[in-house]
Design a protein around this ligand. Structure first.
Ligand code: FA5
Length: 344
């Protein structure tokens, strides 16, 4: 019996020596020292031995049990330390790795262009005047020298509302009248403003036209303001927005509220004037309508047109953004597709 016990003891010690993980160690404990473990059962069987053997066997079994328990605890300690060291090594954080980007929002491409436009005009002494989106028919048309039934009203397809005479502005030009009254002090003070904002037209939506789009109107009223001032100012603006090397040209045009009227083209950004589908093979892109403020409009703004003169222009920021980035369809702007928006 005692011999058997010694064999169990030796084997248990040998086995314990080879164990390197806590799962195997738990199994070892159950096999030897657990409730039904070999040593526990051996101790329990002491009572069945002949009387004269009991004391010696019991004593030895207890010594073995205590030693195995101590060895087990020492092993357990060792394994725990080894596992901790391994975990630290495997789970180590490499602080030299580049971090993961946190997704952030950004400014809409049209807003970015608008801000660039504000900065350029602010630099040239123009302040921002915010006029209203909901206009009256008089200010949007009549006071701009477009009386009712004038054929030029067809140039702007209008959204009317249920209240007669109330419309959504079709362009930012009615803001000219409001700015002249706000700053002109009954036609006695000069004005130099830009008027940005949404415009609305009941149009067929296409790659170039939306029913809702931004315009930036510009207005300068003072003494001795001439066509050359308008041309120089717009050419400087176009160079700053599109690049100093870009050529600018002016074409005669017609707007009822300016006389003379022009349209402003910049050399096509994509083909550099060679001709491509975006510029319809002309080599030029239109960026604004402009002209000298019509005497009737000056009068409607409170000025004496024999003493005062002025220039005005109207830019389309979405179209300018399309030109800058080679965007082929205006519908991307309000489509809210992140794949488009995240490129800017
Ligand atoms: C006008 O609206 C005039 N009020 C501009 C003006 C102001 C002339 C002051 C003289 C003096 P026009 O309809 O061409 O003009 O529009 C001006 C610009 O707005 C266009 O060059 C274009 O960039 C933009 N625009 C016009 N319609 C749309 C549309 N449906 N979608 C997007 N942009 C548009």
């Amino acid at each position: 019996m005692l011999k058997q016990l010694e064999t169990i003891y030796t084997n248990a010690l040998n086995e314990l020596d080879t164990i390197t993980d806590s799962d195997t160690l738990t199994i070892w404990f159950r096999q030897h020292l657990g409730k039904k473990g070999e040593i526990t059962l051996a101790l329990r069987s002491t009572a069945d031995l002949p009387k004269e053997e009991r004391a010696a066997f019991g004593q030895r079994a207890n010594v073995i049990k205590n030693d195995l328990t101590a060895q087990y605890e020492a092993r357990e300690d060792l394994i725990r330390q080894q596992e901790l060291a391994r975990n630290l090594e495997e789970g180590a954080i490499d602080v030299t790795l580049p971090g993961r980007r946190i997704p952030t929002g950004g400014l809409h491409p049209a807003t970015q262009t608008l801000r660039e436009i504000y900065a350029i005009w602010a630099d040239m002494g123009f302040q921002v005047f915010r006029s209203r989106d909901v206009e009256d028919d008089d200010t949007n048309f009549t006071l701009l020298n477009i009386p009712p039934h004038h054929p030029a009203r067809d140039m702007w397809d209008t959204f009317h509302v249920a209240t007669p005479g109330v419309i959504l502005r079709t362009h930012t030009s009615p803001g000219q009248i409001r700015a002249m009254h706000a700053y002109g002090e009954n036609g006695t003070k000069p004005v130099r403003v830009i008027l940005p904002g949404m415009c609305y037209r009941y149009e067929q939506i296409s790659a170039r036209s939306e029913i809702q789009f931004n315009q930036v109107e510009g207005l300068a009223v003072g003494h001795n303001i001439r066509m050359t001032d308008l041309k120089g100012t717009l050419a400087e603006f176009a160079r700053r927005l599109f690049g100093a090397d870009k050529r600018v040209r002016f074409r005669g045009s017609y707007f009822p509220f300016t006389e003379p009227s022009i349209e402003v083209d910049v050399e096509c950004i994509l083909c550099e004037g060679q001709g491509c589908p975006v510029c319809k093979y002309t080599g030029w892109l239109e960026i604004a309508g402009a002209g000298m403020v019509h005497p009737v409009v000056l009068q409607n703004g409170g000025y004496d047109p024999t003493q005062w003169s002025g220039f005005a222009f109207g830019l389309g920021p979405e179209r300018s953004t399309m030109l800058k980035h080679g965007i082929k369809d205006i519908r991307y702007f309000w489509g809210n597709d992140l794949r488009f928006l995240e490129q800017f």
